[in-house]
Design a protein around this ligand. Structure first.
Ligand SMILES: *Cc1c(COP(=O)(O)O)cnc(C)c1O
Length: 334
């Protein structure tokens, strides 16, 4: 695996910090919990898409694109980070936003990530739910191409083999940090959605023979579908990296018990995870991804799945700016 042979543009503040969560660990009375702060990647309030965009935007420039196009849900963190990266590189950015939740709250539709998309100069169009959004994206990209634009289209979540390189690289960063910190890590846990994060991480971990189990907490798809998506993307990522076959199906584990009512709709345990991280650690989780991952982490500790004496690293994938779109979920005293 030699990641440095792929074109890359520096967009993220790396390495992101690896920190102990002392108060949360004491509160739960289980394993030692550490957090990998990919919420601190720096680009327009940060998040996990920035690592992927380092490779995706480099590929766009190699193709001489003058515009990037992508898609996501209304409060997409990926769309916002793509808009910011495009702004930094002087490319136009066009975004398709899917109404995946049916929320009609003003903040949901115009605040949080949507406000930032706008501030970064992206243009946007909306779509109802239930469409094949990557197909919609390709249709719109073709329209623009027929008008002479050089469009580089990025699939939802930046989840293709090029984007996943960012998380294969994060696996290297983690293993180096573990050895520098003298930390013996038993598990890594994170929220999994469009699959690029988990696919890249598992490819990097397996290629390095790390022997650390990785658990993705699902935010949308049922378990089988999620594991299938991660597996097939990991296989393509490994092919690209010249280590075909390093990831076996049994290495890809997703737990989708914390999706709750659906994508982008927080459940009571999602809100509890936000509360715990905020009040015990001063860390903000987001209601769509990281708090569903956090809810899984907390519940699996309570159930004894992760045990005292073990060390669990929670990868914080970012998204806290999305809280501004979810004011309707929180009781704020007037
Ligand atoms: C996109 C996203 C994820 C999921 O990552 P995938 O690579 O899409 O699986 C997790 N957390 C946050 C905050 C995200 O924006």
């Amino acid at each position: 695996m030699n990641i440095s042979k792929f074109p890359r543009i520096r967009l993220a503040h790396l390495p992101t910090p690896l920190e102990p969560l002392k108060r949360l660990s004491a509160f739960l009375g289980g394993p030692d919990i550490w957090i990998k702060r990919d919420d601190c990647t720096g680009l327009s309030t940060g998040g996990n898409k920035t690592r992927k965009l380092e490779f995706l935007m480099a590929a766009a420039l190699e193709e001489d694109a003058d515009m990037v196009m992508t898609q996501g849900a209304t409060q997409s963190n990926h769309a916002r980070q793509t808009a910011a990266a495009a702004a930094k590189l002087g490319l136009d950015c066009h975004i398709l936003l899917e109404d995946r939740t049916g929320y009609n709250h003003r903040d949901y539709k115009f605040n949080g990530n949507v406000l930032l998309d706008h501030l970064h100069g992206a243009t946007m169009e909306n779509r109802g739910s239930g469409l094949d959004m990557n197909a919609e994206l390709e249709n719109v990209a073709e329209e623009y191409r027929s008008k002479g634009r050089k469009v580089y289209s990025i699939p939802g979540g930046g989840s293709n083999p090029v984007g996943a390189l960012g998380y294969a690289n994060c696996a290297l960063e983690l293993l180096y940090q573990f050895s520098q910190t003298g930390l013996r890590v038993d598990h890594i846990v994170h929220a999994t959605g469009s699959s690029g994060t988990q696919a890249g991480l598992i490819t990097g971990l397996k290629a390095m023979n790390a022997n650390i189990p990785l658990l993705g907490i699902g935010v949308r798809a049922p378990r089988e579908k999620q594991e299938e998506n991660v597996c097939s993307l990991a296989a393509k990522t490994a092919d690209m990296l010249g280590c075909s076959g390093v990831v076996e199906p049994c290495d890809v584990v997703a737990n989708t018990d914390y999706v709750g009512p659906g994508y982008g709709i927080p459940a009571p345990d999602t809100l509890e995870a936000i509360d715990l991280f905020a009040k015990l650690e001063g860390i903000l989780l987001d209601p769509v991804y990281s708090a569903k991952g956090g809810a899984g982490l907390v519940d699996l500790i309570r159930k004894g799945h992760f045990k005292s004496g073990e060390t669990v690293v929670f990868l914080h994938t970012g998204g806290a700016i999305g809280l501004a779109g979810y004011s309707h979920c929180f009781d704020i005293p007037k």
